[in-house]
Ligand binder design. Structure first.
Ligand code: SF4
Ligand code: SF4
Length: 502
């Protein structure tokens, strides 16, 4: 019901733009051109977002296209006013009763989620039980899974490219945004709010499901804490204090805009605290990542701190068995994830070179690189595919195939780290539970059968392989570096007559 009402709410309300409303949101430099252009809209009643935006486009697009045709580049309007104008013209629905709609939509969803989750594991043994998961329509690409994936993909497409269609939902969280930061909500506040709430509710599910494992309880609590405190509340509080919005745990190159000129200038313009943010971000990249990954493997970030990992480990947990374990997928993964890292490093290098040469090096080509990266990687890959594809390709599609920070952490983990998963091969009964539930598509059993240490750059150290093993074969360890990487060992069957090369 909550989800149904949420979807219905997006089509609620009507739109009526007045000249003074338009003047309040249009930048000074565009007012002279736009305010008279939009004259036919003023005072008109439009029954839906679509009707209002279509009327706006009918006036704006021909005007702007004509400027482009005539190559009057200084007059072309690059700013997108769809969201701001529709927001200032909206009425009805969540505009008038935001908290009522918040309760009826998100409140009902949370209540429904908890009512479903809390009794779910009562009387059942804790942990993953291999009971008919591949017969589940939701968890094995059945109709429910396809519908869920389609809904998620549609939501992300609207969020990134047509946010004006979300404005009724944005109004709903306005009171919360104003209470935290003093500002009206944007689509990003709505997204952050829902994202955090989903991690919290599904985190409770993790507490119930993995109640036998202190490792899972602790890392889930850590993910919930970092999402709520560092990714959601703290950046908004910083805005309230007139500081730049900043997520202290988001590390470049995952935070790909960290070295963009506007971000650097924002931080430098914010005095000592802004400078601290800049230095903190750089220290995370060059000190924290190598040192923590050396001692603990990439799990310290991917399974304990990261927001993308947070969603994957909580909301994505029911889909972890859908990751592709084939050799082909591993080959694609290696090219893709390291390709994105190279792209991010190259783009940042050019950005910084431009910054220090006062835009003499490549000029506007940098902007085009930023646009391409933002569209392809930041929005399409990380959002639409990364989360929308949970029900199709498992919960770590982004972390495995696209995250440039995961690639950087992975290189350290593979070549200079104390982390490994040790395997007690003699105990393995080749049931394959470990491989089935590895969200990163690692064929864990292949190593377990040989008694060989697992040292893989992609392993996020979630520990689920160890938890699902019925024989206690696997153990996540941070030990001495020597002997960590072993040559490929043969499978031992029954006796010790085979000489094992160590
Ligand atoms: S190998 Fe084990 S710990 Fe590593 S990602 Fe796969 S399931 Fe998680
Ligand atoms: S390591 Fe454990 S879970 Fe994996 S195949 Fe062997 S017995 Fe099964």
């Amino acid at each position: 019901m909550g989800l149904g009402l949420f979807t219905y709410m997006l089509f609620q309300g009507s739109y009526r733009l007045e000249r003074e409303d338009a003047a309040a949101v249009i930048k000074d430099i565009h007012q002279e051109a736009l305010l008279p252009l939009l004259e036919p809209l003023y005072g008109q009643e439009y029954p839906s977002t679509h009707a209002f935006l279509s009327a706006y486009d009918a006036l704006f697009q021909p005007y702007n296209e004509a400027l482009k045709q005539e190559e009057r580049w200084d007059e072309v309007i690059w700013d997108d006013y769809h969201f701001a104008l529709s927001r200032s013209a909206a009425s009805g629905g969540a505009v008038e009763a935001p908290l009522r709609w918040l309760t009826l939509t998100v409140g009902l969803m949370v209540l429904g989620g908890l009512l479903y989750i809390l009794p779910l594991y009562r009387g059942e043994p804790a942990g993953i039980k291999h009971t008919g998961i591949f017969f589940s329509s939701m968890k094995n690409r059945g109709v429910l899974g396809i519908l869920t994936g389609t809904y998620l993909i549609s939501f992300y497409v609207i969020l990134y490219w047509f946010p004006a269609y979300l404005n009724q939902a944005v109004f709903m969280v306005d009171p919360i945004s104003k209470a935290i930061s003093g500002n009206p909500a944007s689509q990003w506040f709505l997204y952050g709010f829902l994202y955090t709430l989903i991690i919290l509710v599904m985190g409770i599910r993790m507490f119930r499901k993995y109640r036998h494992s202190r490792y899972h309880l602790l890392r889930t609590a850590s993910l919930m804490f970092f999402q709520l405190g560092f990714a959601f509340l703290l950046p908004e509080i910083l805005v309230l204090l007139n500081q730049p919005w900043y997520d202290f745990k988001n590390i470049w190159p995952l935070d790909y805009s960290f070295f963009y000129t506007y971000r650097i200038e924002d931080m430098l313009a914010s005095g000592g605290f802004g400078l601290f943010m800049l230095v903190w971000g750089i220290l995370l990249i060059i000190i924290a990542v190598p040192i923590f990954t050396y001692f603990y493997g990439k799990r310290w970030y991917c399974s304990w701190v990261c927001g993308c990992g947070g969603l994957a480990e909580t909301a994505g947990d029911p889909y972890r068995q859908l990751s592709d374990k084939s050799l082909k997928a591993w080959q694609v993964e290696r090219y893709l994830v390291h390709g994105v890292l190279v792209f991010a490093v190259g783009m940042t290098f050019v950005t910084l070179a431009n910054y220090f040469s006062s835009f003499a090096l490549l000029g506007y080509a940098t902007d085009q690189l930023h646009t391409a990266y933002g569209f392809l990687i930041g929005s399409a890959f990380a959002g639409v595919i990364g989360t929308g594809f949970y029900p199709f390709m498992g919960n770590r599609v982004w972390c495995r195939f696209g995250c440039p920070l995961a690639a950087y952490l992975g290189l350290v983990q593979r070549f200079k780290s104390r982390f490994r998963i040790t395997t007690n091969g003699g105990q393995c009964i080749s049931c394959g539970n470990c491989s089935t539930y590895c969200e990163m598509g690692i064929d864990v059993r292949w190593y377990a059968q040989r008694g060989q240490n697992i040292v893989r750059s992609s392993c996020v150290g979630c520990g689920v392989c160890a938890s699902v093993c019925p024989r206690g074969v696997l153990k996540l360890e941070n030990g001495a570096e020597a002997g960590r990487i072993q040559e490929e060992l043969p499978i031992i069957i029954g006796n010790d007559s085979i000489k094992i090369k160590q």
